[in-house]
Design a protein around this ligand. Structure first.
Ligand SMILES: Cc1cc2nc3c(=O)[nH]c(=O)nc-3n(C[C@H](O)[C@H](O)[C@H](O)COP(=O)(O)OP(=O)(O)OC[C@H]3O[C@@H](n4cnc5c(N)ncnc54)[C@H](O)[C@@H]3O)c2cc1C
Length: 484
């Protein structure tokens, strides 16, 4: 690997001109408004400046960009759809971070229906890949509320989870091969669609979930699945949170693994959805403290599947594990059910300041985690409003505390560190994680040292130093160099 020498401003100015040439006239911008959009994250809370936005059109161009930046001592922030929630996709502020956005690399390179794989550019929007798969009667099962904007490269770099993990796993489980531009400019060409390959270390796994700190993903081979023909969606009210676990076990057991999504929706969160989105309708007679949104999918006959879902939910009702339920009778109704779930995060943000943790715990620990954590945060801020919701089927809870109506945002946010400490402590003592699916970015870049311990931290720093010795890719994300 060649070395980076500290560069003068003149060298960097010359490098900027070279970078513009590499990508051609439609591949860059220095327009202040456009730069501001790409330097501000989805929440609007994290932003900094960048001198240049680049939109390369090929892996070769990305490799040339890396070479020029390395020689001039410039840093690179890889960027996809800029929808991530931990600040990983935007610069941190030393003014020499170039944003490299992959949106012009948006080709589906190949679909192989015998191999059940799709080879794609990293800049493809997730929803467009779902549509491509559907066009050939297959399913690409990654599903997130941001799927109309996020890119598959960003999904891979964050190892995105979403609502279908309970059936299909995280993004990591959906990737067979990767093409990655390394910090020395070389291209790791691993676009192999193999389900078996034990020729040494599985290098692609290093880049999945690395949040742009080790390489720029330019292409991927993705797994495809049979497209379900019958999809059933239900909303169920629970007598108590613990019953959710019985309902999940029963549904899995009695439907032969057809449970595709198993989401938790609390009373307080849904009340805010109805407040901020008054057109939304609730399908049950009344709101309960906890409700589930369950989706089943299969290749069975639709009527048969509907009967099966009714039978399972009846059994759950007879066992006292649910107290009410509604099954969607049309695609529109199913979308309306999902609208409630997808409105939860947005309604929270519209209501005021929110302190939240994206945590996961083993499934069996979820009820105790929510109960014990809530008792402690409400002891700290008695009028705070707890909204705990999310992907219960895989143990991932978005646990949030909303600003009390009688406090200003500033008064409330003074308590942010102590509330977060409580959330993370309870997650860890339940054997959980302090970042289930959103990653660490710049928001939690102390987390490896604090929560995972010295051995994990030292190994990660060693990997970073071996692949990116000058910390050129996405500085300040995942790991803090000061801590290294
Ligand atoms: C409404 C909403 C709902 C969401 N729901 C979920 C959810 O259910 N589950 C979930 O996991 N996340 C969710 N997210 C978070 C976000 O959508 C995901 O993290 C997504 O995977 C990010 O993709 P992106 O293309 O927007 O990446 P970006 O935000 O652009 O980047 C994310 C990280 O990946 C790096 N990166 C991006 N592209 C590349 C590349 N080609 N090569 C190398 N590094 C790259 C960036 O440097 C950054 O560190 C949600 C976000 C929103 C706004």
């Amino acid at each position: 690997m060649s070395t980076t020498t500290p560069a003068s401003t003149d060298v960097q100015t010359a490098a900027m001109a070279e970078l513009r040439q590499i990508v051609g006239p439609s591949g860059w911008s220095t327009d202040a408004d456009i730069l501001a959009i790409h330097a501000t994250d989805w929440t609007g809370a994290r932003f900094a400046s960048t001198p240049l936005l680049l939109k390369p059109a090929s892996a070769h161009e990305v490799s040339q960009i890396v070479g020029t930046c390395r020689a001039a001592g410039l840093k690179i922030v890889p960027q996809g759809g800029n929808t991530s929630l931990a600040g990983g996709s935007v610069p941190t502020g030393d003014g020499i971070e170039i944003v490299v956005n992959l949106s012009r690399m948006n080709r589906v390179r190949e679909i192989d229906t015998f191999n059940d794989t799709m080879t794609v550019d990293a800049g493809c929007i997730l929803s467009s890949l779902q549509e491509e798969a559907e066009r050939v009667s297959r399913l690409f099962p990654l599903r997130l509320a941001s799927q109309g904007s996020c890119q598959i490269g960003g999904n891979i770099a964050t190892n995105a989870g979403g609502t279908n993990v309970v059936r299909y796993g995280n993004t990591r489980d959906l990737v067979l091969g990767l093409e990655v531009v390394l910090p020395d400019g070389r291209i790791l060409s691993g676009l192999r669609g193999l389900r078996k390959d034990n020729t040494g270390y599985d290098l692609k796994q290093l880049f999945i979930g690395s949040e742009g700190t080790l390489g720029i993903i330019t292409g991927a081979v993705l797994k495809l699945f049979p497209r379900p023909t019958a999809i059933g969606t239900a909303i169920c009210a629970l007598p108590d949170l613990a019953s959710a676990l019985d309902v999940l076990s029963l549904c899995k057991e009695k439907t032969g693994g057809q449970v595709t999504a198993f989401e938790l929706m609390p009373r307080q969160g849904l009340e805010l959805v109805f407040k901020h989105f008054p057109a939304q309708r609730f399908p049950l007679a009344k709101l309960h403290d906890w409700q589930l949104l369950i989706e089943f999918s299969s290749s069975e006959d639709e009527a048969y599947q509907q009967e099966r879902i009714e039978a399972v939910l009846s059994e759950a009702f007879e066992n006292g594990w649910i107290v009410d339920a509604a099954i969607a009778t049309s695609i529109d109704q199913s979308r309306a059910f999902w609208g409630l779930r997808e409105g939860l995060a947005q309604a929270d943000m519209m209501e005021g300041a929110l302190v939240s943790g994206d945590v996961s715990v083993p499934l069996s620990a979820v009820p105790d985690f929510i109960e014990q954590c809530s008792a402690e945060v409400l002891a700290l801020i008695p009028e705070g409003r707890v909204v705990a919701f999310g992907h219960l089927g895989d143990g991932n809870i978005h646990y949030g505390l909303l600003q009390p109506e009688k406090m200003t945002a500033a008064e409330f946010l003074v308590h942010e560190p102590s509330v977060k400490e409580v959330i993370y402590r309870h997650a860890l003592s339940a054997g959980g994680s302090t970042s289930a699916e959103h990653g660490l970015g710049s928001l939690k870049n102390e987390a490896v040292k604090t929560y995972r311990g010295d051995v994990d931290h030292d190994l990660m720093v060693a990997i970073k130093a071996a692949i990116d010795p000058h910390w050129m890719f996405n500085p300040g994300k995942v790991l803090k160099r000061d801590n290294a």
